[in-house]
Design a protein around this ligand. Structure first.
Ligand SMILES: C[S@@+](CC[C@H](N)C(=O)[O-])C[C@H]1O[C@@H](n2cnc3c(N)ncnc32)[C@H](O)[C@@H]1O
Length: 259
């Protein structure tokens, strides 16, 4: 059985709180690192680094010997939008001093990075790139040989039924093929044990009966919601500061206080 009193890393407050449709999954992302203690962790699709820095924070806090790689072109795509190249510089400035001793950000197409990894070497792979059925299916099948015997893949957006999104369709195929656990909140996150064995720390999760699964889902979605609330408060504060500056520029002689 998964016991949050024993595996409590997901209760830690994430340091990297910036805009992301993954923010509510960070508590589970940190927990799976604790449960699996992966030797090699890889993420496909880093963007501003919310999920990836959550994994790295857990590795750091737990003092694990995990090696981690985050792969992205940082160019964006038709679903997540196209990026300002400066986002990678900002992410490196944040990430490198904190996590550079065990983690590397690789600027590459996913497919071009395959040769950097040995067959059977990756314990935990998070797939969060382009979300068409064809693209995510290609990510899954091209990276599958790289997974270790205790390998676990995570997929974001398994519940996103938006035009052009097809992770849900691949997820139905994966559920028929591998032991799985799925979260429904924030577009859904699927976890699949794709190797020949289920990692010991995850056995309780995959074996959980329906009632226990519901409670695990509720626990992690509630932990995630406080992070969305924080993002919302931060964006309201930023908007308020902008309005304050605008008013001051238009009426510089008047005392203004919007706090
Ligand atoms: C949804 S975002 C990742 C979100 C991130 N995991 C987070 O926590 O917010 C998807 C990213 O995948 C990248 N991407 C999409 N297809 C790619 C490919 N074939 N190779 C490299 N990067 C890709 C995009 O540049 C984009 O930054």
């Amino acid at each position: 059985m998964f016991n949050p009193l024993v595996h409590s890393t997901g209760l830690s407050y994430p340091h990297r709180i910036v805009s992301s449709a993954w923010i509510e999954h960070v508590p589970f992302g940190m927990t799976i690192v604790e449960l699996m203690q992966p030797r090699l962790l890889v993420e496909l699709g880093v963007y501003l680094g919310v999920s990836y820095c959550g994994f790295c924070q857990a590795i750091d806090q737990l003092g694990l010997e995990t090696r981690a790689f985050g792969i992205d072109t940082w160019e964006g795509d038709a679903h997540s939008g196209y990026n300002d190249p400066a986002i990678l510089d900002e992410l490196r400035a944040y990430h490198d001093p904190l996590y550079g001793r065990f983690s590397s950000l690789l600027k590459s197409k996913f497919h071009d990075a395959l040769d950097c990894f040995d067959e059977g070497s990756i314990d935990l792979l998070h797939i969060d790139g382009y979300h068409t059925y064809e693209a995510v299916r290609e990510d899954y099948s091209s990276w599958l040989p790289k997974m270790s015997s205790r390998g676990v893949m995570m997929f974001h957006d398994i519940r996103a039924r938006l035009p052009g999104f097809g992770v849900w369709r691949l997820w139905e195929e994966i559920e028929a093929r591998h032991p799985t656990f799925a979260f429904d909140h924030q577009y859904g996150l699927g976890i699949a044990a794709v190797g020949s064995e289920i990692p010991e720390g995850l056995a309780g999760l995959f074996a959980a009966p329906a009632e226990e699964r519901s409670k695990i889902r509720l626990y992690f979605s509630q932990l995630g919601q406080r992070l969305s609330a924080r993002l919302l408060t931060d964006s309201h504060d930023a908007r308020l500061r902008e309005l304050e500056a605008l008013l001051k520029s238009q009426a510089p002689d008047q005392a203004l206080c919007l706090d």
